[in-house]
Design a protein around this ligand. Sequence first.
Ligand code: KE4
Length: 430
Amino acid sequence: MVTKSKELFETAKRYIPGGVNSPVRAFGSVGRTPRFISSSHGSRIVDVDGNELIDYVCSWGPGILGHAPGRVIEKVQRACERGLTFGAPTENEVVLAELIAELVPSIEVSRLVSSGTEAVMSAVRAARGYTRRDKIIKFKGCYHGHSDGLLVKAGSGALTTSVPDSAGVPVDYTRHTLTALYNDKSSVEKLFRENPDQIAAVIVEPVAANMGVVLPEAGFLEFLREITKNNGALLIFDEVITGFRLALGGAQEYFHVTPDLTTLGKIAGGGMPIGVYGGKREIMEMVSPEGPVYQAGTLSGNPIATTAGIETLQILKEDPDIYKRLSEKAEKIEKAVKAAAGESVCVNRIGSLLSVFFTSERVSDYESALSSDTAGYADCFSYLLDHGIYTAPSQFEAMFVSDAHTEEDIAYTCRVLGDYYTSVGSYGRV
Ligand code: KE4
C-alpha cells in the first residue's frame, strides 16, 4: 500500500520540478510511484505508508555503515547542541583534512565543499589554473555532477568536441570538453594527438558507476596515468562513489594508480553534505586565498557535516575488515543472480558495488551498457520492490551493499532474485 507516497508525490509535483529534488528519485525509468521515506535504520528504510524495505541504494553510496549508525548519530546530536554553522574555521576541518591525507596519501592538501558536483567543478578549475590549459577529457557514460562544462555527450563519431547534454548549457561552455570512450585507449591517444599541449586534465571515474558499474580493463588506469604524465596533463580521479567504498584509500589504493587530483563525496560526509577535492600540494596551492584559482562556499566544512564525516571515516579506519565483509555479501548476490539468470544478464561487481545489466553482452563501456533491456530492468525492479527490496530505479546506476546488511537480508535477497529469474525466464521479461 503506497497511499501516502502517492498523495505526497502529487502535491510535490505542484511545488518541486518532477516532484523530486534529484531526477533519478522520480522513478521515471521504472514506471512506479516513488516511495517517500520517513525513517531508516541499519539496512532498512521505511516509507511514509509504513512499508519497510531492504535498501541497496544506501543514499547512492554514503550509507556504507548502514543507516543512522549509532556512533555517528550520537556525535552529530552532540555537535548540533554546539551550533550548526559558524562560517569560520573549526578544529573539525583540520581533523578531517588530516584524516583524508592519512587515508588517501595522494591528497596532500584538500578543500571541503558541499557536494560532489562542487568538488569536481573546483578540481577542474584548479587543474586548468595549474596547467594554464583549457581543455579536459572526460569519458562517455561517466557522470561528474551537473556543472555546465561536464554536462556533455560526444558529438558525432564520439571523438569530436562535445555538445551539451542539458538545455540551458551554452555550446560555448562545452567547447573545451572532449569526450573519449571508457576502456578505449586509442580514443584517448587520438584526443591528445589532435590537441597537443592543450589538455589540462583527464577526469575519470576509476570504476564507472553512472552507466551502471563498468570496471576499468586491465591497464586502462595505468595507461591514463602514463599518457597524462607524458603530455603535461593532470589525472583527476573522480572518487565520489569509489572513495572509501572500494578500500579505505579508495580506487587509487585498490588499483595502485595515483592521480594528481581526487574528488570525494558521499561516504566522506557520512551522509551529510560534503564534497572534497584535493591532491598534490603544488596544485592545491593555486586555490584561493593561497593562489589565483577562486573557490568558496558558505557551508563548506560546516561542523555538523564534518562531525559525521570524521566519525564515519574513523569507524572505517578502526575496522578495515569491513571491506572483506562487504565484498563477500555482494559476491553472494552476484552468484545468486548468475545461478538463476545465467548468460541472459551481465553482472559487473567490484567489492560492494554491483550492477545487473539486462543484456547478454559483456558490459565494458557505454555502448555495451546501452544494449541493456531497460524494460527488463524495470520489471525486475518492480518485482524486488513488491518483495520489500529497494534497488536503484535505473539500469544505469549501481547497487550498494552496506555493513548493516545482515546475512538474513542477503539470503532473502538472493532467494527473491533467484525466484524472479527462474519464474520469468531470461532477461527478466515476463
Ligand atoms: P553530487 O553533486 O550529487 O553530490 O555528486 C555528483 C557526482 C560526482 N561524481 C560521481 C562519480 C557521482 O556519482 C556523482 C553523483 N552520483 C549520483 C548517483 N549516480 C547521485 C545521485 C543523484 O544524482 O541523485
